[in-house]
Design a protein around this ligand. Structure first.
Ligand code: HMG
Length: 389
């Protein structure tokens, strides 16, 4: 039985800051951000968007009545969770009006969590072929104003329906995964911003890729020439390129060119959104699928990396007419309708956070065009609104 990605949706907040302008404000050469890091724009999340609303907005785009009935497992992958106890999945389940006979859980391992969700979903569908699983990768990347990580912030979510007979991509066998306890990036419970050892994190990302790729080749008997493209977890778009370059010598010239060209296409959306942690790899996949017509049956390699750290390499096969099941026009509109904010406005929005003393607050949700928003907090409970229900 084929199991894989049947639908894929995406949401990013309605505001962005231009990386050239951010560079000028931080007194660095703009090319450092646009070429050295490889980012053009960075999504800015208003206080009315959190990991729950971003995920729910991404899922809203793809869920129909059949999904509402058949989804019996919601997996919320995030490192921007809003509660130590209750999962974000339960809120999304309610906001989307899903079948009550469903499991709903949150999974965490930095940027790797959505990949864990997809593999759990695959196992669930193998045992229950009629089921569908909603997997969410949703995050707001925050390092802080004037930090070296600032240029790699971002916000957004990817939602995927995993099912039997998927219409977009079948997930193949031969996954290779690796865990090692390292401190390259972490966020202690008391902090709303990440701590990072930037250079070490870059090195570990590449090391993990090299290790899983070597084992993958042995296990599968496949090589670079068998991949139409490799999509990477993209904390910033230069990162995957650095990893890809370490293995390109293994391939003949035409394969090298193909992988490099497809790599650039796979960074299209990420370049204008920034790091969305758990969703970043799947945003890269979406960039590739929506910005190039690839042949049905093409094999796509996927490298997932979550600091701390866990890495995984796996592959998928594009299904016949997969492009008919994408929302290319919808995503183009989402980007077109975004509004640029100045660096000063971004700084103000960045500092606007929820009260941490338990006091109530009410936000003006008319400023946020998203369908699902956070309208405030009352009695220590986040208040969510689906404007369409
Ligand atoms: P930095 O110190 O600001 O920048 O840190 P840099 O000095 O390393 O420069 C960056 C690049 O710009 C370099 O290119 C420079 O040469 C180049 P490279 O040598 O690396 O190829 N550069 C220029 N290029 C053109 N024109 C110029 C120019 N000037 C310089 N004028 C860093 C950069 C990414 C380390 C920092 O932003 C950071 O710490 N970010 C957060 C951590 C991160 O993204 N790590 C990535 C791997 S870990 C990961 O992916 C997991 C993660 O997503 C978290 C999770 O799993 O949850 C982060």
């Amino acid at each position: 039985m084929k199991i894989g990605i049947d639908k894929i949706g995406f949401y990013t907040p309605h505001m962005f800051v231009d990386m050239n302008k951010l560079a000028v404000a931080r007194d660095v050469e703009p090319e450092k951000f646009t070429i050295g890091i490889g980012q053009s724009q960075m999504a800015v999340a208003p206080v009315t968007q959190d990991s729950v609303t971003l995920a729910a907005n991404a899922a809203l785009e793809i869920i129909d009545d059949e999904d509402r009935d058949k989804i019996d497992f919601v997996i919320f992958g995030s490192e921007s969770g809003i509660d130590h106890s209750k999962s974000g999945a339960v809120y999304v389940h309610r906001l989307l009006g899903l079948n009550p006979n469903a499991r709903a859980v949150e999974v965490k391992q930095a940027c790797y969590a959505a990949t864990a969700g997809i593999q759990m979903a695959k196992g669930h569908v193998a045992l229950n072929p009629e089921s569908k699983v909603l997997v969410l990768g949703t995050d707001i990347a925050r390092y802080g104003l004037n930090t070296s990580g600032e240029s790699t912030q971002g916000a957004g979510a990817v939602a995927m329906v995993i099912s039997a007979n998927p219409r977009i991509m079948e997930l193949e066998e031969h996954n290779v995964y690796l865990t090692n306890d390292i401190m390259d990036f972490w966020r202690p419970i008391y902090s709303d911003k990440a701590f990072v050892d930037g250079k070490f994190s870059n090195e570990q990302y590449i090391l993990f890729f090299n290790k899983v790729w070597e084992i993958y080749k042995e296990k599968s008997g496949l090589e670079l020439k068998d991949m139409e493209a490799i999509c990477f977890h993209l904390p910033y778009t230069k990162m995957g390129l650095k990893a890809l370059r370490t293995v390109l010598d293994e391939a003949p010239e035409d394969v090298r060119e193909r992988l490099l060209e497809n790599y650039q296409i796979s960074t299209t959306y990420n370049r204008n959104v920034g790091n969305i942690y758990t969703g970043a790899l799947y945003l890269s996949l979406l960039s590739l699928l929506e910005n190039k017509e690839l042949a049905d049956g093409s094999r796509i390699g996927l490298f997932s990396y979550g600091s701390g750290a866990v890495g995984e390499f796996f592959t998928g096969i594009l299904q016949p007419n997969y492009r008919e099941y994408l929302n290319i026009a919808g995503h183009q509109n989402l980007f077109k309708s975004r509004k640029e904010v100045s660096v000063e406005e971004y700084e103000t929005i960045f500092e606007e956070t929820l009260p941490v003393d338990g006091s109530d607050i009410e936000f003006d949700i008319s400023k946020d065009p998203a369908t699902i928003v956070l309208s405030g907090t009352l009695d220590n409970k986040r208040q969510y609104v689906n404007k369409n229900r």
